[in-house]
Design a protein around this ligand. Sequence first.
Ligand SMILES: [Zn+2]
Length: 285
Amino acid sequence: MFRAQVVFFMTAMLASAAEFSGDAAFAQTKKAVKFGPRPSGSPEIAKLQAYILAQLKTCKCEVSEDNFMARTPRGQVAMKNIIAKFPGKSGKAIAVTGHYDTKLFPGRKFVGASDGASSTGLLLELTHALAGEARTDDVYVIFFDGEEAVGEWSFADKLYGSRHLATTWRENGMLAKLKALINVDMIGDKQLNIKREENSRRALVDLVWKVAADLGFRANFVQESINIDDDHMPFVEMGAPAIDLIDFDYAPWHEDSDTLDKLSAQSLGIVGRVVHESVRRLEKQ
Ligand SMILES: [Zn+2]
């Protein structure tokens, strides 16, 4: 009887602190890829949205949809950011973000395994890992629509979802509560190689790189730097502390060969564990 109770207690402890699973993140990435090309406004992205929302039903979090119309070179496109909130009590907030759309390439079969699906898979598994934990800060997991340009990447044609949310958060005061925003993009590459992104808040880069070193992933979080315009930038430009984690050394970038076989569960697991632990350390600050 006593032994059974101990086993039950330990099982309950484990259940409440689920470690981020690279295998589970990979399985979610695979699901996203299976929907095919998923550009903003397409029937395929609508199916993925429904899938994400269904998955979030079990996350023990507050889910909201941030719907808006984006003015693009191809006219008005309906877009949707999906927001999962894990409430804390400090009045401060941490956000982990990434995009779930894929770039529109008419007539091609671009499924964006790393560019679009890997961030989706990581975020879905992160909601699972966060679900059993007590929170200090509000932790948001945010799926951005419309990261990709509809035509050529330009000031007005890019980052639709993050620009929309950053503006909303500036207006409603949320931005002032933000301790950190960690954006992930293209983090599935088998040869995982993440560089220090130069527009990112320096203190956040140092914190994430310290976590990576502590967890034994110094080889994947390297010391070279890179300059990337990504979903963190609308927040950076408004003065918020934000960081972009991206592996841009990826030969199939924006090619139809950006397929699942270039990815590994291990890479997703490394980034997921680093992000999860970074959130926990940020909450202690
Ligand atoms: Zn892209």
